[in-house]
Structure formats: structure tokens, C-alpha cells
Ligand binder design. Sequence first.
Ligand SMILES: O=P(O)(O)OC[C@H]1O[C@H](OP(=O)(O)OP(=O)(O)O)[C@H](O)[C@@H]1O
Length: 207
Amino acid sequence: MSADEKFYVSYNSVHKICQKAAADILETQGKPDVIIAIGGGGFIPARIIRTFLKKEGEKNIPIQAIGLSLYEDMGTGQDKIGKEVIRTQWLDFGSLDKHFDSLIGKNILIVDEVDDTRTTLHYALSELYKDVQSKAKELNASSSGTKFSVFVLHNKKKTKRAELSKEQMNGGIYLSGKDVDDIWIAYPWESHDIDAHTEKAKAQGNI
Ligand SMILES: O=P(O)(O)OC[C@H]1O[C@H](OP(=O)(O)OP(=O)(O)O)[C@H](O)[C@@H]1O
């Protein structure tokens, strides 16, 4: 693949990556109590992986959406781009079952489509962890059983701007469907011509 070529991802390959990841998660972590999707890119993989995490006859795993956007100030130079995370939406347990009013003690799966500089995942994990700590303090409860796993479709092999704290993950795993070079990933949901897109993905073996 030439340096200026994009890495085309098909819906089919997304589905298969989620299927395989779900099997790994079930085997090593057990069934998550809640999936936290980082929008917008995490929504589709979160919904697909839920299909494979649920066994027949079981209740659906709730998906919570959080909105995180990398602040891109194009005017201030390349080194500033994507450094700041803006929180546009956060957890809302709303009318979920009354026992589900926090993440304390839960087996949590955070899902996004891509781990690029890791800034977003680091922000999500550390803020969710802080939420658990402060809620546990408020309720005088123990947060020790809370664990966070992370699943992304693709991880870019590059120097990361942040790391995920093992202490915060508390035994949870980091799982990437595929580690790819630091190139532009073209996801199917961004495509204006899905047939041409899928053909390109197939030609690259991403089916
Ligand atoms: O590893 P990082 O360098 O933090 O980058 C990864 C993040 O960047 C993209 O989000 P974006 O802010 O573009 O929003 P979107 O998901 O709505 O497209 C992507 O969806 C990840 O959340």
C-alpha cells in the first residue's frame, strides 16, 4: 500500500472483528455489565459487539453513549491538533433498572473505532474511573470490583500521547481488532459510495 493510499474498511470486516473480540472478551473477562460507546465512531462497533456478547435468552447489555471530540484548532499549527478532548455528552442511566445507577462494581467495556494518539481513550478511562471513585465515596461503597476493558476496531502503530492506566483498568483488557500502520483509515459509515468503498476494501483484503 502506498503512503498516500487509505486503508479501506468494509462493514463485513467490522462485523467479523467485533465477533472475534466478543469471544476474547467473554473468555477472559466474562460478560460485560455495560458497554460504553465513545461517539460517534464507537457507536456502530458497540452495537455490533453487543450482538455477540449476548447469549440467547439473556437480557441485552445496556449501551451508554459518551460524546468525546478532539479539539482541532487548525490555525495553531500541527502540534496543537487533536490535543484537547471536549466532552459533549456523558453517562445517563435514566430509567434503567434502579440497581443500575452507577458503574460501581461493574464489568465495563469501553468501545471506540480507532486508537490513534490514545488521547480520547485515556480521557474516557480516567474520567469514568474518577466518576466511580467519587460515587463510591458518596455512597460509602467499595469500588474495588469495578473493571474497565477497552475495545477498538483498529489501533494505529505509533507513539501515543497518553497511556491507559493498568491500575484504573483493574484487570480489564485492552483489545484491538487489528493493529495498522499510521495511515488514513476509511470507515464504511463515512463513505458516500458504499459499493466503490467495499470494492476497495476487498481489493486490500479487508473483507
Ligand atoms: O486516539 P485519538 O488521537 O484520541 O483519536 C481517536 C478518536 O478520534 C476520533 O474521534 P473524533 O473526535 O474525530 O470524533 P468522531 O468519533 O465523532 O468522529 C475517533 O472516533 C476516536 O474517538
